[in-house]
Design a protein around this ligand. Structure first.
Ligand SMILES: CC(C)(COP(=O)(O)OP(=O)(O)OC[C@H]1O[C@@H](n2cnc3c(N)ncnc32)[C@H](O)[C@@H]1OP(=O)(O)O)[C@@H](O)C(=O)NCCC(=O)NCCS
Length: 149
């Protein structure tokens, strides 16, 4: 991955394809476009040397608080520092927009994401019981927070 670009609703189809490759489930382009058109919502897309999209981060800033809505790298592009670069870029974007704190939710069994977030200075701020449905099972979410300024 060589660079990160900001994108708007026009990138919904690209983001939808990245999401499906990363998570194995659909996020319809029209729903993504609607989300991206909402107040304070932005997308960052990571591109490789050839300009092909390999990952993304979605964020939302509302007043002085921000939220990481989703982040993912294509399966074959992980463990190369791309997730951390995207997260750092998202943090910079939130700071520039005036946010003083960034929140996110992560499944308790997502070891890779938990390690990424802890390494970037997030700490546990709460739990949501049975927040994610994984097959027939319900998995708790950890709410994490990082102060930004
Ligand atoms: C979470 C995710 C975005 C991390 O992206 P990545 O590009 O692989 O992460 P990086 O290479 O930047 O790694 C940064 C740090 O995260 C941690 N990490 C990343 N992958 C890890 C893994 N498989 N196991 C343990 N720790 C991991 C490490 O602490 C790593 O630092 P290190 O390489 O110095 O040890 C990626 O695994 C992914 O796309 N997962 C599927 C989607 C997902 O779960 N998104 C988060 C939903 S909340």
């Amino acid at each position: 991955m060589t660079r990160i670009v900001e994108a708007g609703p026009a990138a919904a189809a690209v983001l939808s394809a990245l999401y499906e490759s990363a998570f194995g489930e659909a996020w319809a382009p029209d729903q993504l476009a609607q989300l991206l058109a909402g107040p304070g919502v932005f997308a960052l897309i990571a591109l490789d040397d050839a300009g092909a999209p390999v990952g993304y981060a979605l964020g939302r800033v509302a007043a002085d608080e921000a939220e990481l809505l989703s982040i993912a790298l294509l399966p074959g592009r992980r463990r190369r520092g791309g997730g951390r670069r995207l997260l750092d870029a998202l943090i910079g974007r939130c700071v520039a927009a005036g946010a003083g704190a960034l929140f996110l939710e992560v499944a308790t069994d997502n070891a890779a994401a938990l390690a990424l977030y802890r390494g970037a200075g997030f700490h546990e701020a709460g739990r949501r019981r049975g927040y994610y449905k994984v097959g027939a099972a319900m998995v708790d979410a950890i709410v994490m927070k990082r102060t930004l300024c």
